[in-house]
Structure formats: structure tokens, C-alpha cells
Design a protein around this ligand. Sequence first.
Ligand SMILES: Cc1cc2nc3c(=O)[nH]c(=O)nc-3n(C[C@H](O)[C@H](O)[C@H](O)COP(=O)(O)OP(=O)(O)OC[C@H]3O[C@@H](n4cnc5c(N)ncnc54)[C@H](O)[C@@H]3O)c2cc1C
Length: 360
Amino acid sequence: MAPDQINIAIAGAGLMGRLLAWCLSNKGHQITLFDSGTLEKPTGACHTAAGMISPLSELFHCPPPIYQLGLQSLQHWPQWATQLEQQTGIPVDYRQKGSILVAHPQDRNELLQFQQELNAKLPPENQNQLQWLEHQTLQNLEPDLDRFDQGLYLGPEADIDNRKLLPALREAIAQNQVTLRENTQVDCEENTIVTATSRESFDLVIDTRGLGAREQIQGLRGVRGEVMVVETPEVHLHRPVRLLHPRYQLYAVPRANNQTVIGATEIESDDLSPISLRSTMELSSALYSIHPAFAEARVIETRVNCRPATMDNLPVVQSSPGLIRVNGLFRHGYLLAPTLVQQVETQIEMITDKQVTPCN
Ligand SMILES: Cc1cc2nc3c(=O)[nH]c(=O)nc-3n(C[C@H](O)[C@H](O)[C@H](O)COP(=O)(O)OP(=O)(O)OC[C@H]3O[C@@H](n4cnc5c(N)ncnc54)[C@H](O)[C@@H]3O)c2cc1C
């Protein structure tokens, strides 16, 4: 290893852990990646997610830093997606075609309220990121949304197929000769990974265990989310669509093979038990109200997981000598991950600069 390359342990091979392992191994660092499960069958929130990269939609629900960090991430995803596809040959289906919000005529105020609230939060120079769509323009973009008169178009938004991205990252990490330690539950201390049977030393430990680090991150909590995957050849959407409704919200993210991911509930709970009947009914009926042909869609899969969230719903990057913890990605892991990876890389550069600076 060159003097500015170090021996790093990453705990947790979810979204953050995999991305960091890939990016840091690309820079020549020696990486060991630990996970309590396997990389082939991930159990973290990353596996359940819908993969939307949606800074504007999130600005409606969340504090403004999420939007700013998300816009920075959007600059990295296209290049990362291409680089990963070239390295592994696995398409990750990154798509930046914007997203569309619709509401039924009786709920039109929901769209107006969304627009007003977003415009109040957006810097004036970015207010053109949000556009009204009248019936014909909406039809041109999404012919199957023909029962809606109007919509809102959020131009910069993107999405990625996480069920392809995660295996692609697994493959890329293996090619980069990252050492994998699967089925290994760990604790993280400064410069040390603690397993049931050993204490192992590293130049740096990065803790990306999501909810597995609950005892180390003050106030970290789980927020249950339920999604369904349905399949029908009858409806063709080309980008994520959100339905605004006074009582529940729905997104529908089209995927390959006539599949659509629909979600998601947001319940203050750590409960990982299967999807409830109520959530199934609410998601299904909201979807059916977008297009009646969804009634005959087949339910391919239901997924449940808990998002790792801090008390203010903002991510944390905590740094102490020999230990960095990244957590609290909540409902925006895919939105924020590239910016957070960059923040970690900057901290590592500061550490290695100190190490290689000759003493006078
Ligand atoms: C229903 C749902 C929908 C979502 N949709 C989106 C979306 O559309 N867009 C978006 O940006 N975000 C979305 N998210 C959020 C996103 O999935 C999370 O923010 C992201 O996965 C968090 O990444 P992470 O790497 O911090 O944690 P995780 O992905 O949870 O990974 C943590 C990893 O740590 C491992 N681990 C835990 N404890 C230990 C231990 N003691 N030792 C070793 N390994 C351990 C776990 O096995 C796991 O692999 C969604 C989440 C849910 C639940």
C-alpha cells in the first residue's frame, strides 16, 4: 500500500457500507467489510427501498439540508451508475426522467399546497425545478395517467433499481478484492472491530450498521416502511408517480418486466413483522385509483423494513480518532449516500495527509 492508503474496516454491508467499500477500494485502501448476514441476501433497509432519488419530494417532508445534500448526490449518481455497469456488466437502471405528482380532482388542494410549500422552501433560482403540467402535457409524458387533469413535474428527480444496484456493488467489491466477513455480528470501537471471539485492529473503523448501531447513536429509532411489488402488462409508467391524498400517500415506481414498486407506509415502530392488511388495502386501492387496470395486477412480493432515523431525521457523520460512524439515513439513503460517501472520503484524506506529512 502507498503511504496515503490505509487498512479500513467497514461494519455493515447495507447501502452505505457497500458504497464506501467500493469507493475506498477504488482509491487503493485495503478494505475489510463485515456484515451480520450475507451480501447475497441483504436484510438491511437498502434491500426494501424503492430507490427513488427525490430531493424535491423529500423537501416537502424534511428539513432543507436533505434537499441540498440530495442535489449534490444527483451529480454523482449518473457517473457512478455508468462506472459500476462498465466494471460489472450488471445494468443498474439509473433513470433521471423526473417524477410526477397527481391528485384526484376532489383533492386538487393537495397539489396546490405541495406547490406552495415547496416554492416557499426552494431558493428562487431553483423554483423552475417544479412545473405545472396541464392535461395534454401530462398525457404526453405519461399516457396512462389519462384520468388526471393536472400534475406537478419534478424535473431533477431520478431513481435507481436497488435490486440491481446492490448485487452490482457486491460484484464490484469482490473484483476490487475487498475482504468479506459475512455472518459476523460486530461492535465498533476506535481502531477496533469486536466480534464474539476476537478484537481486530485497523487504521480506521467505519460504522455503517444502520439500526444495528442503535446503542451507539443517541436517539436512533426505527421507522417501519411497507412496500408491495405488483406486475401487470396493462399499465406503462415511465417514471415514479406520486398520488397525493388527504389520508395516505402512494408512490408507484415502474421497474423492468412490467413490475411496479408501490409504497410506502411510515409507521413509528421497530416492528419487522409482515405487511398489515390495512396497509395492503390502502396501497392497493390508491394504486387502483391511478389506473383501473392495476386491479388485475399480480402481487409479486411484499417487503417490510425499518428505516434508521435520528430524532431530527437528519443524517449523522460522527468522527473520532480511528472511528467514523455514518447513520440516520432514514427515508433518503439513496438520495444522500453519494454526498455522505464524499464527506467520509474527505475525513479520510485529512487523516492520511496527517500520516504522510513529514515531521520537521
Ligand atoms: C420501505 C422503505 C422504502 C425506502 N425507499 C427509499 C427511497 O425510495 N429512496 C431513498 O433514498 N431511501 C429509501 N429508503 C431508505 C433507505 O433504504 C435507507 O436510508 C438506507 O438503506 C440506509 O442505509 P444504511 O447502509 O445506513 O443501512 P442499511 O441499509 O439498513 O444496512 C445496514 C447493514 O448493517 C448490517 N448490520 C446491522 N447490525 C450489524 C452488526 N452488529 N454487525 C454487522 N453487520 C450489521 C445489516 O445486516 C445491514 O446489511 C427506504 C427505506 C424503506 C424501509
